[in-house]
Design a protein around this ligand. Structure first.
Ligand code: ADP
Ligand code: MG
Length: 261
């Protein structure tokens, strides 16, 4: 398997350009060529960036020294995460370490992540370790998309944590959606008052969520190979929002033949 880690190492806080456009298409093509059915987090975030969906700044390190160098560039605190085509739930294998505030913490976390992953999944191929900015805690929302063979992609919106997991307080629309669809989605969840601000809490930037919903709609319309998309969580601030974890699951009309790999 030949993962193009050099592409993943590109600094990623840029906005839409033609080069980014090419990169995104390359990301899908590369995953397909390797017969992978999901994108690595840095790949998924690269695609998000191309579509104007804000993500935490990140770089993929191949050594602990490199991780420190990237952490210094990004600014503390940072988060380190395993990047592996064999690990989809990173946290469960000890592959995520949050809130690292110094060089020595980054070095230790790098080694710990590799150790944890080797223990839980000895055969996992390791592409590198993702160094990313730690998004300050805030109101968490989720944007998702699931493809239905009959109706196309259904976009989902809800507030994070118990609102989605326990209360199932979510709303759906079939893509493509309009701006007023996106606004309706946000206002119709029961937890909407939390976004509006309550008990002295400042209101969350709903325009930023509208943009994420519209851009996600465009992304799933453009890329029919997206079976599932999960931006979970997205931290929403008084101004702006940031996607902390992005998962994109792929499906192909037919399985790639061995000759394509
Ligand atoms: P998993 O693959 O297990 O879903 P995540 O990347 O979602 O791993 O990380 C697990 C959790 O850690 C997230 O749900 C979030 O609460 C927290 N987290 C991850 N990355 C960041 C970040 N950059 N800033 C703040 N919190 C983060
Ligand atoms: Mg996650």
């Amino acid at each position: 398997m030949n993962l193009r880690t050099t592409d993943l190492k590109t600094e990623t806080n840029k906005t839409n350009t033609d080069t980014e456009m090419t990169k995104s298409t390359n990301v899908f093509n590369q995953a397909r060529k390797e017969g992978r059915n999901y994108l690595l987090e840095p790949e998924a975030k690269m695609v998000c960036m191309e579509y104007g969906i804000p993500v935490t700044r990140f770089k993929v390190a191949l050594t602990s020294d490199e991780a420190v160098k990237f952490a210094e560039g990004i600014g503390y605190p940072v988060v380190l995460k395993i990047v592996s085509p064999d690990i989809i739930h990173k946290f469960d294998v000890g592959g995520v370490v949050l809130n690292l505030k110094s060089q020595s913490e980054v070095k230790a976390a790098y080694e710990n992540i590799l150790k944890n992953v080797k223990r839980h999944k000895p055969d996992a191929k390791i592409v590198g370790v993702l160094v990313q900015e730690m998004a300050p805690p805030s109101t968490e929302v989720i944007v998702g998309a699931t493809k239905d063979p009959q109706f196309g992609s259904a976009l989902m919106f809800g507030l994070g944590g118990i609102f989605v997991e326990v209360l199932k307080d979510v709303t759906f629309r079939i893509a493509p959606i309009t701006e007023s669809d996106a606004r309706e989605m946000i206002t119709e969840v029961k937890a909407y008052p939390i976004l509006k601000g309550y008990r002295g809490q400042p209101p969350a930037d709903t325009d930023a969520i509208v943009n994420i919903l519209l851009n996600t709609s465009k992304l799933v319309m453009d890329h029919q190979e997206i079976k599932e998309l999960d931006l979970n969580p997205i931290m929403v601030y008084e101004k702006g929002a940031k996607t902390v974890d992005a998962r994109i699951i792929l499906e192909y009309p037919s399985k790639p033949s061995p000759s394509q790999e």
